[in-house]
Ligand binder design. Structure first.
Ligand SMILES: [Zn+2]
Length: 90
């Protein structure tokens, strides 16, 4: 987990506490450490949010929209396969 230190106003991390398994990616503790540090260096909050939502699988693909009953079909409009997050990225 990211730890906000108010005295130094810097975000400190301990690799052993980082989340290494997300829906889409499995990191080693070192990879997770450098990923979160690099993500934290981004100036744009919008981009930080987009990257974190993406790796945690919080994207509204048709599979999720159907699951939440916001859509009737869960197939890709281009190739008619099931539209998952992984399908959108590949
Ligand atoms: Zn497709």
């Amino acid at each position: 987990m990211l730890d906000n230190n108010p005295k130094t106003n810097k975000i400190t991390t301990k690799n052993s506490e980082l989340i290494t398994n997300t829906k889409l990616v499995t990191f080693t503790p070192d990879e997770a450490g450098s990923f979160y540090k690099n993500t934290n260096r981004l100036r744009s909050t919008q981009n930080k949010t987009k990257i974190l939502r993406l790796i945690y699988g919080d994207i509204y693909c048709d599979e999720r929209l159907k699951k939440f009953k916001m859509m009737e079909i869960d197939t890709c409009i281009r190739c008619f396969e099931k539209e998952t997050i992984r399908h959108l990225l590949t």
